[in-house]
Ligand binder design. Structure first.
Ligand SMILES: [Zn+2]
Ligand SMILES: [Zn+2]
Ligand SMILES: [Zn+2]
Length: 90
């Protein structure tokens, strides 16, 4: 698998929640999002960099949790912010 990322030991959550109401932070502030991403360390749901508030990236900067995955239906790619590499865990 994904040889280029050295942070796989920080992956705690790979399964998406059964229901995702939206970006957690946008829901708090009444924002809108384009695509959703899930933090694979703590399960935080944030919005992508095409969204106005970029909460997934903001979460990385706040928490130093390095890896997200797509929370979009049918997408299973992950992304490491530190190594800047995309890969699939499954
Ligand atoms: Zn990495
Ligand atoms: Zn958001
Ligand atoms: Zn996190």
């Amino acid at each position: 698998m994904a040889a280029a990322c050295s942070h796989l030991d920080q992956v705690e959550v790979t399964e998406l929640p059964a229901e995702i109401p939206g970006c957690e932070d946008c829901l708090k502030i009444g924002g809108t999002w384009v695509h959703l991403r899930m933090c694979e360390t703590c399960g935080h749901i944030g919005c992508c960099d095409n969204s106005p508030n970029r909460h997934a990236t903001a979460h990385f900067h706040e928490s130093s949790h390095p890896i997200i995955r797509s929370a979009e239906p049918g997408e299973d790619w992950s992304w490491c912010y530190v190594d800047e590499v995309a890969f699939a865990l499954e």
